[in-house]
Design a protein around this ligand. Structure first.
Ligand code: NAG
Ligand code: NAG
Ligand code: NAG
Ligand code: NAG
Ligand code: NAG
Ligand code: NAG
Ligand code: NAG
Ligand code: NAG
Ligand code: NAG
Ligand code: NAG
Ligand code: NAG
Ligand code: NAG
Length: 621
C-alpha cells in the first residue's frame, strides 16, 4: 500500500477525496502500465492515459479494465491513441503482452500498418478479444493465438484469402473481417466454428458460393456477406439455423430461388442487388417476429405474398418483375408497424388499395413505375406520418384528392407521369413541410392556386406537360431546385413574383403563351443556371444574362436580340442565339424567325468568328 501515496500536487490531493478504489495490482503490472504511459508520453501522445489520473491506480484509468477487486488488469483500450506515431510497433506490443492476465485489447482507429509479432501466435497470453479495426493493415491475415473469442480486423486493407487456420480458433464467437480486400472463397471449414455468433465478411472481393457447412453454425445470430462477388444459390440450410436473426447478402451475384422458409427465424433479411429469380415464397412475409425484408433489385416474378407479419417495419421489393395486384394485407390482419413500403419499378396492376389506410405508421410509400390504375384513394390522407409519397409513372386517373392536404409532415409528393385530371386542389398549400412537388406529365387543368404563395418550404415545383392555364399571380416564395411550368397553356406576363426567387437554379417557362417583354429582373437572379423561355409569345429585346446562364428564347416570334456592341463574351453569344436558333422546339413552333433577329444572329456569328480568328492569328505571330 505504501506505493499508493505519492501525492504530486494539490490537484491530486483534491482528487483523493473523490477517488475510491483499492490499489492491489501486482507491482509488475503497475510498472508495465507506467512504462506504457511513459512510452506514450515520450511520443507526445496526449491521451487519456497520462491526463490527470491517479498514477498508482491504473485500474481507474480510462480504457483500463480490471477484475472486480482490482487485483489484475483484464482489458486495455488504446482506441484512437495515435499509436502509429510510435516508430517501433513491437515496443508497445511487448509491453501490452507483458500483462499476462490481459484478455481484451482494443487498438482500433490508430492508423497502424502492422500487427507486431508479440501480438501474434501464443506470445500474448490468453488474449480473447482483439480489435484492430479502422487501421491501415495490409498484406494477408496473420495467425493469432487460438484462444481468441472475438476478432475484429474490419476497415483495413488486408488482402489474399481468409486463411484456413481461422477455422481452428474454436472459441471464436465474433469474426469481423469486413471492409478489406479479401478474395477467394469462404473457408469451407467455417462449420467447425461452432461457437460463432457473428460472421461479418461484407465489403470484400470474396468469390464462389456460400459453403453449405454454414448450416452447422448452430449459434449464429448474424451473417453479413454484403458487397462481395459471391455467386451460386443461397444454401437452404441457412433457413434452419434457429438462432439466426440477421442475414444480409445484398450486393452479390447470387442466383436461383429464395430458399423456402428463409424467414422462419430470421427477422432482418437483405438479399437486394442480386440475380435471384423465381417467385417470393408465400410464407416469406408472415413470420410473427419479422422486422425488415429487402429483396429489391433482383429478377423476382409472380405476385406479392398476401400474408404480412404484424411486426414488419420495412418492406422493399422494388426493381423486380413482380406482377398482379398489391394485396390488401390489412384486410387479413392489421399491419400497424409498417413504416417503409417500397415496391416501385415492378409491373404491378390494379388499384392502390384503400386498405393502406390501416398502415398507420407508414412514412414512406413508393409505388412508382408500375402499371397501377384507378384513382388515388382519399384514404391516403389519413396516413399522417407519411413523409414521402411516390406514385409516379403509373396509369392513375381522376382528380388529386383534397384529403392529401391532411399529410402534415409530407416532404415529397411525386405523382408525375400519370393521367390525373381536374385542377390542382388549393388545399395542397396546407402541406407546409413539402419540399418537392412533382405533378408533371398529367392531364391537370386550371390555374396554379393563389394559395401556393404560402408554401414557404417548397424547393421544387414540377408542373410541366399538363393543360394548366391562366395568369400566374402567386408562386411559392423559396423555390431553389427548379420551377418547371413548361408545356402548359399559361398566359399573361412573366410573373413578377419570380423576382423574389433569388436561389432558383432552373426556370422552365417554355411552350406556354406568356406574353409581354422578358423582364430585366430575370438577369439579376443570382443562382440561375438555366432559363427556358422558348416558344411563347414574348416580345421586346432579350436582356443580357450572365455568361454562365444557359438561356433559351427561340420560337418567340417578336423577340429581338441585343446588338453585339459592346462585343459580348463569345460563350454568351453562342448560348443565347445560335443554340436557340437551332433548337428543335423552336423550329416546331416558330418557323418564322423575324428578319431582324436573324440579321443580329448572323452579325454575332461574324463578330465571334473575327474575335476567334484574331486570337489564333496573334498566337501564330
Ligand atoms: C490513488 O489510488 C489509491 C488506491 O485507490 C489511493 O490509495 C491513493 O491515495 C490514490 N492516490 C492519489 C494521489 O489520488
Ligand atoms: C480478487 O479476486 C480474485 C479473483 O478474481 C481472487 O483470486 C483474489 O483472491 C481476490 N483478491 C482479494 C484481495 O480479494
Ligand atoms: C472494435 O472497435 C470498433 C471501433 O472502436 C467498434 O465499433 C467495434 O464494435 C469493436 N469490435 C468489437 C468486436 O468489439
Ligand atoms: C476455449 O474455451 C474453453 C472454455 O472456456 C477453454 O477451456 C479452452 O481452453 C478454450 N480454448 C482455447 C484454445 O483457448
Ligand atoms: C466483382 O467482379 C467484377 C468482375 O468479375 C469486378 O468488376 C468487380 O469489381 C468485383 N466486385 C467486387 C466487390 O470485388
Ligand atoms: C395466410 O394465412 C392464413 C391464416 O393466417 C392461412 O389460412 C393462409 O393459408 C395463408 N395464406 C398463404 C398463401 O400462406
Ligand atoms: C409506430 O411508430 C412509432 C414511432 O414512430 C413507434 O413508437 C410505434 O411503436 C409504432 N407503432 C407500431 C405499432 O409499431
Ligand atoms: C402496362 O399495361 C399495359 C396494358 O395494360 C401494357 O401494354 C404495358 O406494357 C404495361 N406496362 C408495364 C410497365 O408493365
Ligand atoms: C387527357 O384528357 C383528354 C381529354 O379528356 C383525353 O383525350 C386524353 O387522353 C387525356 N390524356 C391522358 C394522358 O390521360
Ligand atoms: C377526369 O377523367 C375522368 C375519366 O378518367 C372523367 O370521367 C372526368 O370527368 C374527368 N374529370 C375532369 C374534371 O376532367
Ligand atoms: C419523381 O420521380 C421521377 C421518376 O421516379 C424522378 O425523375 C423525379 O425527379 C421525381 N421528382 C421529384 C421532385 O423528386
Ligand atoms: C420541364 O418539364 C418538362 C415536362 O416534363 C420536361 O420535358 C423538361 O425537360 C423540363 N425542363 C427542364 C429544364 O428540366
Amino acid at each position: 500500500m505504501s506505493m499508493c501515496v505519492r501525492i504530486t500536487s494539490l490537484f491530486f490531493f483534491l482528487f483523493i477525496i473523490i477517488q475510491y478504489a483499492s490499489c492491489q495490482l501486482p507491482s509488475s503490472q503497475l510498472t508495465t502500465m507506467n512504462n506504457l504511459r511513459e512510452l506514450l508520453q515520450a511520443n507526445n501522445i496526449i491521451s487519456k492515459l497520462n491526463s490527470l489520473q491517479n498514477l498508482t491506480n491504473p485500474c481507474s484509468w480510462t480504457g483500463v479494465l480490471c477484475n472486480p477487486n482490482n487485483s489484475f488488469i483484464t482489458g486495455l483500450s488504446l482506441s484512437s491513441f495515435y499509436l502509429f506515431t510510435i516508430q517501433d510497433a513491437s515496443s508497445w506490443s511487448s509491453l501490452v503482452c507483458g500483462i499476462q492476465t490481459l484478455e481484451t485489447l482494443d487498438v482500433s482507429n490508430n492508423q497502424l500498418a502492422v500487427i507486431a509479432p508479440p501480438l501474434l501466435l501464443s506470445s500474448c497470453g490468453g488474449l480473447k478479444v482483439l480489435n484492430f479495426s479502422f487501421n491501415m493493415l495490409s498484406g494477408n491475415i496473420p495467425s493469432f493465438q487460438r484462444s481468441l473469442e472475438r476478432l475484429d480486423l474490419s476497415h483495413n486493407s488486408l488482402h489474399g484469402v481468409i486463411p484456413d487456420q481461422i477455422t481452428e480458433y474454436h472459441n471464436l464467437s465474433v469474426l469481423d473481417l469486413s471492409y478489406n480486400r479479401l478474395n477467394g472463397l469462404m473457408p469451407s471449414g467455417i462449420g467447425k466454428l461452432s461457437k460463432l455468433k457473428q460472421l461479418i465478411l461484407s465489403q470484400n472481393a470474396l468469390t464462389g458460393a456460400i459453403p453449405s457447412e454454414i448450416g452447422h453454425l448452430s449459434k449464429l445470430e448474424q451473417l453479413i456477406l454484403s458487397a462481395n462477388n459471391l455467386t451460386g444459390e443461397i444454401p437452404q440450410l441457412i433457413a434452419q439455423i434457429t438462432t439466426l436473426k440477421r442475414f444480409a447478402a445484398n450486393y452479390n451475384s447470387f442466383t436461383g430461388a429464395i430458399p423456402l422458409g428463409i424467414t422462419s427465424y430470421i427477422s432482418h433479411l437483405d438479399l437486394s442487388y442480386n440475380k435471384l429469380s423465381g417467385s417470393i415464397p408465400s410464407g416469406l412475409l408472415s413470420q410473427p417476429n419479422l422486422l425488415s425484408v429487402d429483396l429489391s433489385f433482383n429478377k423476382l416474378e409472380g405476385s406479392i405474398p398476401v400474408n404480412l407479419s404484424k411486426s414488419l417495419v420495412r418492406l422493399r421489393l422494388g426493381s423486380n418483375r413482380l406482377t398482379g395486384e398489391i394485396p390488401s394485407w390489412s384486410l387479413r390482419t392489421d399491419v400497424p408497424s409498417l413504416t417503409y413500403l417500397e415496391i416501385g419499378y415492378n409491373s404491378l396492376t390494379g388499384m392502390v388499395p384503400r386498405e393502406l389506410r390501416l398502415c398507420k405508421n407508414l412514412s414512406l410509400l413508393d409505388l412508382s413505375h408500375n402499371n397501377l390504375s384507378g384513382h388515388v384513394p382519399r384514404e391516403l390522407g389519413e396516413l399522417n406520418k407519411l413523409q414521402v409519397v411516390q406514385l409516379d409513372h403509373n396509369s392513375l386517373s381522376g382528380e388529386i384528392p383534397d384529403e392529401i392536404s391532411g399529410l402534415q409532415i409530407l416532404n415529397k409528393l411525386n405523382m408525375s407521369w400519370n393521367s390525373l385530371n381536374g385542377s390542382i386542389p388549393p388545399s395542397l398549400s396546407k402541406l407546409q413541410k413539402l419540399n418537392n412537388l412533382d405533378l408533371q406529365v398529367n392531364n391537370l387543368t386550371g390555374p396554379i392556386p393563389n394559395s401556393f404563395g404560402t408554401m414557404n418550404l417548397l424547393l421544387e415545383l414540377q408542373l410541366g406537360r399538363n393543360r394548366l392555364s391562366g395568369v400566374i399571380r402567386s408562386l411559392p416564395t423559396n423555390l431553389q431546385i427548379a420551377l418547371n411550368l413548361s408545356r402548359n397553356n399559361f398566359e399573361g406576363p412573366i410573373p413578377a413574383s419570380l423576382s423574389r426567387l433569388q436561389s432558383l437554379e432552373i426556370l422552365d417557362l417554355s411552350n406556354n403563351r406568356f406574353n409581354g417583354s422578358i423582364p430585366n429582373f430575370l438577369t439579376q437572379m443570382g443562382s440561375l443556371t438555366q432559363i427556358l423561355l422558348s416558344n411563347n409569345l414574348l416580345t421586346g429585346s432579350v436582356p443580357r444574362f450572365r455568361p454562365n446562364v444557359n438561356v433559351s428564347t427561340g420560337g418567340n416570334i417578336n423577340l429581338s436580340y441585343p446588338p453585339p456592341n459592346p462585343p459580348p463574351n463569345p460563350s454568351y453569344a453562342s448560348s443565347v442565339s445560335i443554340v436557340d436558333w437551332m433548337n428543335k422546339n423552336a423550329v416546331s413552333v416558330g418557323i418564322v424567325v423575324s428578319s431582324t433577329a436573324l440579321v443580329v444572329e448572323v452579325m454575332v456569328v461574324v463578330v465571334v468568328a473575327v474575335i476567334v480568328f484574331r486570337k489564333v492569328h496573334r498566337i501564330n505571330t
